[in-house]
Design a protein around this ligand. Structure first.
Ligand code: ADP
Ligand SMILES: N[C@@H](CCOP(=O)(O)O)C(=O)O
Length: 321
């Protein structure tokens, strides 16, 4: 996250009185992330993370908070939301909705190896299975309809070759049949900075604020695009890491023949999703105390790499059931 809403120790100290977490010992703004304002909060009882929501109103939060609570109960290493003395997860600070969750140990990786990618495959499979019994549902907010609408807004702002790429990609996506793929709640943003590792063990899965129902394969493609991207400038995936990710996932939730066939298009859809959101951020920058930005060109290169690989038929295929 970035800090868009600065908070003082006094503000947080008096807010904490609504919880049974003890008095504030230390408050620190977190520089990573893009969507919300996050603070590490240490109290006499433990270590927590306070998230102030910049883009959601109160009514939109119960889905995410209940999903995290459900997954934590089912052994997924995600933060556990803490209820206040009125037994509510969602509170308010600085006029904005806020929650406090357990702070997990470990560190996010800048470079992932084969063993890390296998751990991510297992984690994602476990997440998809555990989420099946979650009582709350909502649509994935960055799905195909969002991509179409966002492309329309961005097209007039882009250079001719980018606009042509975007138009072709939206057309390509419309020709796919992803509606027939297995669906469920997906994390939808499983990048390296949203996972904490302790050695080769996953100690934390963070940032559920894009989660929602969509094709499960989309989640795997988002993860492959970030965790398995090769070191070179183009958009090819590293074979060993991709195979490790896919095989580990397949061992938990076997991929179907239909998913196998849909994989190349799904990698493109997942690359398109982040090219679009990064372009939007670049064209409408937000202000704040510590604001992180991500490079749209990285995902344009990845998208072009997938299109070129598609023409040459050099996909690293997932195992088929
Ligand atoms: N529960 C947590 N335990 C440990 N670190 C956390 C936790 N929540 C957030 N963080 C830290 O804060 C950063 C930003 O959090 P994130 O949820 O990704 O924010 P945003 O929603 O703004 O993207 C993470 O990369 C991680 O370093
Ligand atoms: N993973 C996305 C950005 C989403 O922001 P996050 O900080 O909430 O993960 C990207 O890399 O574009």
């Amino acid at each position: 996250m970035s800090v868009f809403t600065p908070l003082t120790p006094d503000q947080v100290g008096s807010w904490l009185k609504r919880y049974s977490l003890g008095a504030l010992e230390r408050l620190e703004g977190v520089a990573e992330g893009l969507q919300n304002s996050n603070f590490f909060v240490d109290t006499v009882h433990g270590r927590y993370v306070l998230t102030v929501f910049e883009q959601f109103n109160r009514e939109e939060l119960p889905f995410f908070v209940n999903l995290m609570a459900h997954l934590a109960r089912h052994g997924i290493p995600c933060p556990t939301p803490i209820a206040n003395r009125d037994n509510e997860y969602v509170g308010e600070i600085a006029g904005k909705p806020a929650i406090i969750v357990t702070r997990l140990g470990g560190r996010s990786l800048t470079q992932a190896g084969v063993a890390h990618c296998a751990a991510i495959g297992t984690l994602l499979g476990d997440l998809h299975v555990a989420a099946q019994s979650c009582g709350v549902r909502q649509k994935h907010q960055r799905g195909a309809a969002w991509r179409r609408e966002t492309a329309k807004q961005l097209l007039p702002l882009l250079a001719a070759d980018d606009a042509a790429l975007l138009r072709d990609e939206i057309r390509h996506e419309a020709q796919q049949v992803s509606g027939e793929l297995p669906r469920g709640i997906i994390h939808a943003d499983l990048f390296r900075d949203n996972v904490l590792f302790d050695g080769e063990r996953v100690s934390g899965l963070l940032d559920f604020y894009f989660a929602g129902v969509d094709a499960l394969l989309f989640d795997l493609a988002v993860a492959a695009n970030d965790w398995c991207r090769g070191a070179e400038e183009g958009g090819e995936l590293d074979a060993a890491r991709t195979v490790a990710l896919l095989n580990a996932y397949h061992a938990v939730r076997p991929l179907s023949e239909r998913e196998h066939l849909a994989w190349p298009a799904m990698l493109r859809a997942a690359a398109l999703r982040f090219w679009l959101s990064r372009l939007l951020d670049a064209h409408r920058p937000r202000t704040g105390e510590l604001v992180a930005r991500r490079d749209p060109d990285e995902y344009r290169r990845l998208l072009r790499g997938h299109i070129a690989a598609n023409r040459r038929q050099v996909w690293i295929d997932p195992p088929a059931a």
